[in-house]
Design a protein around this ligand. Structure first.
Ligand code: XMP
Length: 512
């Protein structure tokens, strides 16, 4: 792998993703990892990420300069660039001048490899206080900015390079090309991290882990569980049984998508549990959001557990598939890629006597890679590109008690919003587009010749990177207008459509 050494900035994951986009496998490791451990991973290159503004900062993370003696190609970014310069005998000055944000870079592309064929002047994203004033011996300086006399350097013999700015962010022009030049032309790495290869590798791993044992998986209809199950099925075929609990809270067409399209595309053995009545009965009259979540969680476990017991009683089930992604692994501190398989796990709390080892084929992958695998595995596009959807489903998008009629109303309105968003080609421009039915609110309207007294729906399109923060999407007015007109025309119970223009924080994405 290419190791991305995390110096505590928020950029390490982004760098790791950009390296993967160059079709090179990358892993994030903490800067506290001993160099011997890094080298034991047989790294094709090491990338030192950004971190605090200064190598002189009192909390500046230390690292072992021994990594420069191992003959492994190294690329330093921002803090990593300064740390590298200092460790190799260059000079880092405490200028006190800060450069932050978009900054013009003056490059000498012909002087080296990293910036070759790029423009002489290009905007880059800076975030630093100190700067490198003198490159270490053997390094060629290939760029400068007003606040950084040495803004890029390289040593082709030693296969090392570095930049003061952030090539991984979109604000840096040609940043991806620079990373790619380092990986291919300086470090000499072949781009082999392709969906095909990832699938082959994961299939081999799953076979090794599972052997001839049985596996079960709870399918939600979301991207992660669908792709994880498809991978496991590719690896062990009918040793896998998927359970899809239809809780009746999905959007129009989604249960069918799982039951028909997904099965047709994968050939997976699917056990569908129709639990719609059970969930509706349990939710009857409940209006409190947390109460709704608890009830749905509890019912889900009961239904899944019953289904799992049936499957277990037929065979030798030892494994449970989970769609855990790499960002979750990194954030929970397990980013070192060491075997970290929990001996038992609860799908939100399975009982003790149902113990499974986990199969987590997406543990090393980012969401965009999961989608690429899904496409490569032939899953339906609508499923691969599905927006995130909460487990409790439409129940937390009906403000008020949930019943069959209200679900039907919301499904119609939601379908129209999704259709118009897709027709406008904007699916991938928004993160999520909840449509919310204010079931206990009524307002007066005029429809046809008569007065109406119907319910409002709220459109809540949001843009986000990770759902932790979000902003309301500035959808074109004509798209919003079409959605509004169609909903009030086609959904009799709804006579008003409103747009939620609240960011997160302070609003959450969902209304409940
Ligand atoms: P909020 O509303 O907290 O949502 O801004 C953040 C993200 O989480 C999803 N979400 C849930 N997902 N079970 C889930 O599986 C839940 O109970 C739940 N609540 C919110 C939400 O759709 C958004 O993507």
């Amino acid at each position: 792998p290419v190791l991305v050494v995390d110096f505590g900035a928020q950029y390490a994951q982004l760098i790791a993703r950009r390296v993967r986009e160059a079709r090179v496998y990358s892993e994030i490791v903490p800067h506290s990892m001993p160099v011997s451990e890094m080298l034991a991973k047989n790294p094709a290159a090491i990338i030192l990420s950004g971190g605090p503004a200064s190598v002189y900062a009192p909390d500046a993370p230390q690292f072992d300069a021994g990594m420069f003696d191992a003959g492994v190609p190294v690329f330093g970014i921002c803090y990593g660039f300064q740390a590298m310069a200092q460790a190799l005998g260059g000079t880092v000055a405490r200028t006190g001048n800060r450069e932050y944000g978009g900054t013009p870079l003056h490059a000498r592309p012909e002087a080296g490899v990293l910036l070759r064929d790029l423009p002489d002047d290009l905007p880059v994203w800076m975030s630093h206080g100190d700067c490198v004033t003198e490159a270490p011996a053997g390094f060629t300086v290939t760029a400068e900015s007003a606040g950084a006399p040495v803004a890029a350097f390289e040593d082709l013999t030693g296969r090392r390079a570095g930049v003061q700015f952030h090539p991984e962010v979109g604000h840096t022009a040609h940043g991806q090309e620079m990373l790619t030049r380092f990986l291919y032309d300086i470090a000499g790495i072949e781009p082999t991290w392709t969906p095909e290869n990832i699938i082959d590798e994961q299939v081999a791993r799953i076979r090794e882990q599972v052997g001839d044992k049985e596996v079960i998986c709870a399918l939600s209809g979301g991207v992660d569980s669908s792709v994880a199950a498809a991978l496991v099925h590719k690896a062990v075929g009918d040793q896998l049984t998927c359970v899809f609990v239809d809780h009746g809270l999905l959007r129009a067409g989604e249960a069918e998508q799982v039951e028909k399209d997904y099965v047709a595309a994968t050939g997976i053995r699917l056990k569908v549990v129709d639990a719609r009545e059970r969930f509706l009965a349990a939710l009857a009259g409940v209006t409190d959001p947390e109460q709704k979540r608890k009830i749905i969680g509890r019912e889900f476990i009961r239904v899944f557990e019953a289904a799992a017991r049936e499957i277990v009683s037929h065979g030798d089930v030892e494994f449970l598939v989970q769609g855990t992604l790499y960002p979750d692994v990194v954030e929970s501190g397990g980013g070192t890629g060491t075997a970290n398989i929990k001996s038992h796990h609860n799908v939100g709390g399975l009982p003790e006597d149902l113990r499974f080892a986990l199969v987590e084929p997406l543990r090393t992958l980012f969401k965009d890679e999961v989608r690429a695998l899904g496409l490569q595995l032939g899953l339906p596009e609508a499923m691969v590109w599905r927006h995130p959807f909460p487990g409790p489903g439409l129940a937390i998008r009906i403000v008020g008690a949930v019943d069959e009629e209200r679900l039907a109303v919301l499904r119609k309105a939601d379908l129209i919003a999704r259709q118009e968003l897709s027709a406008a080609g904007l699916d991938r421009d928004v993160w999520q587009f909840p449509v919310v039915l204010l079931a206990d609110v009524r307002s007066v309207g005029v429809q046809g010749d008569g007065r109406s007294y119907g319910h409002p729906v709220v459109l809540r399109p949001v843009s986000s990177e990770d759902a932790m923060t979000a902003d309301w999407s500035r959808l074109p007015y004509d798209v919003i207008a079409r959605i509004s007109t169609r909903i009030t025309n086609e959904v009799a119970e709804v006579n008003r459509v409103v747009l939620d223009v609240t960011s997160k924080p302070p609003g959450t994405i969902e209304w409940e």
